[in-house]
Structures are given as C-alpha cells and as structure tokens.
Design a protein around this ligand. Structure first.
Ligand code: DC
Length: 219
C-alpha cells in the first residue's frame, strides 16, 4: 500500500480544528484540507440552484457534478464563483448539516478528499469523519473538543454580525444533527487521541500534535 502521511483532525464546531490544523500543516510542511468547506460549497451550490437541502437525490447529483476549488489561501470557488464569504454565512451554516447527512453526498466528497491526499502523498485533513471514515489508517488521529461555552465564544468571535446566543444555539443544533446522522456521524474515531482545548492555548495544542506526529513518523 502507498505510504501516505495523513494527519486526521476531527471535532465539533469551535473546537479549534481549523486554526490548529493549519498551524500543524505549516510546521510539518504538509498541505491542509478543510473538508467542512467542501460540504459548505455543495450547500452553497444547492441554495444557488434552488435545490432543497433535504432533497437527497438532487443534492447527491449536484455533489457529483459541482466544481469546487479550494485555494491554498483559503479561497473557495464554486462553479467559478468566489464563495469564500458566503459559505460561512448564516444561510449555508443553517443548511449544511442537512446536506452533509446524505450518504451519496458523503461518498462523493470522501472520494474527492482521498484523491486530494493521494495526489500529495498525504496532508492535514480536518472535519468530522476523517479518522473514522476517510482515512481510518491515518498516521495520527486527533479528536479535539472544548466546552460548548468556549466553542460558541470562539465562533462568535470569528463571525462579525452574529451574537453569542445565536451562535451557541446554532452550534448546539449542528452538534446534535452531525452526531446523530446515520452516515459517518461525528464521533471520536477508534485510536484517536482526544484533546480538550478548553483551557489550552493554540501553541500548546500545536506543539502537542507536532510532537505526536514526529514520534509516529519515527523522526
Ligand atoms: O467544520 P465546519 O463547521 O465548516 O463544517 C460544516 C458542516 O459540514 C458541519 O456542520 C458538518 C459537516 N461536515 C461533515 O459532515 N463532515 C466533514 N468531514 C466536515 C464537515
């Protein structure tokens, strides 16, 4: 089997995944993939075309065909349109868990994620199911958590026009949907190391992960 250096980082919204995954990727000289942005991109395309997020057949068909480009600078282009800001907006955020729950959508995006890593010899992938479904044999599997209050405060700090209560309610709703869906629900993967980031600084978590990966690599 091909030797891939895959670092899988999973966890709920606001657990620190994106910030930490980007930093770990830079430290280890690997590329970074935000798989949540892919589910958001499909959701953006569905809303733009007037497709109902609950319509599994239509959304699955769309996921198989839609052109998504994730730039190294964080830019997300969907069918040639710069959707970087809109995929983080309230409409997409409200609908994304419904889109991500369709097994056909997951099959398509998981296959694109595997292809992305194979083309690069690995990478740091962050999401909800990387260690459990996309790369169960990843070199390092990390499950990040934090208290619901800290996660909501972090997300509220990132999104300019949303208050804490709105963000807290949205996170609680998405946690429930993402953890209870049948297809690859959010959970700590077998063999994943769980790190509670509530009281840790980003530097602490990054140092911990980089050490783990280096140890796993035998460097
Ligand atoms: O990480 P995020 O908040 O941008 O993710 C958006 C949604 O996409 C999230 O509510 C669940 C879904 N998702 C998923 O089901 N599987 C992934 N690997 C990544 C995200």
């Amino acid at each position: 089997m091909e030797d891939l250096t895959v670092i899988a980082i999973d966890g709920p919204a606001g657990s620190g995944k994106s910030t930490i995954a980007k930093r770990v990727a830079a430290e280890l000289d690997l590329e970074y993939l935000d798989t949540g942005a892919m589910y958001r991109a499909v959701t953006f395309a569905a809303l733009a075309k007037g497709i109902e997020p609950d319509d599994g057949e239509a959304v699955t068909k769309l996921a198989a065909a839609v052109d998504i480009d994730l730039g190294a600078d964080g830019t997300v282009t969907v069918e040639g349109i710069d959707a970087t800001t809109q995929i983080r907006g309230p409409e997409v955020t409200r609908a994304v868990s419904a889109v991500a729950a369709h097994p056909g959508v997951r099959t398509e995006l998981v296959s694109r994620q595997r292809e992305w890593a194979h083309r690069r010899g690995g990478g740091v992938l962050e999401g909800r199911d990387i260690g459990s479904a996309v790369f169960p044999d990843a070199l390092a599997k990390i499950y990040l958590t934090a208290s619901p209050e800290v996660r909501a405060a972090r997300r509220a700090g990132e999104v300019a026009d949303l208050d804490y209560d709105t963000v807290a309610a949205d996170i609680a709703r998405r946690d429930a949907l993402d953890s209870s869906r049948t297809a690859d629900p959010l959970r700590r993967a077998d063999g994943a190391v769980e790190i509670d980031t509530t009281h840790l600084t980003i530097d602490d978590v990054v140092a911990l992960l980089v050490d783990r990966v280096r140890a796993a690599r035998g460097a």
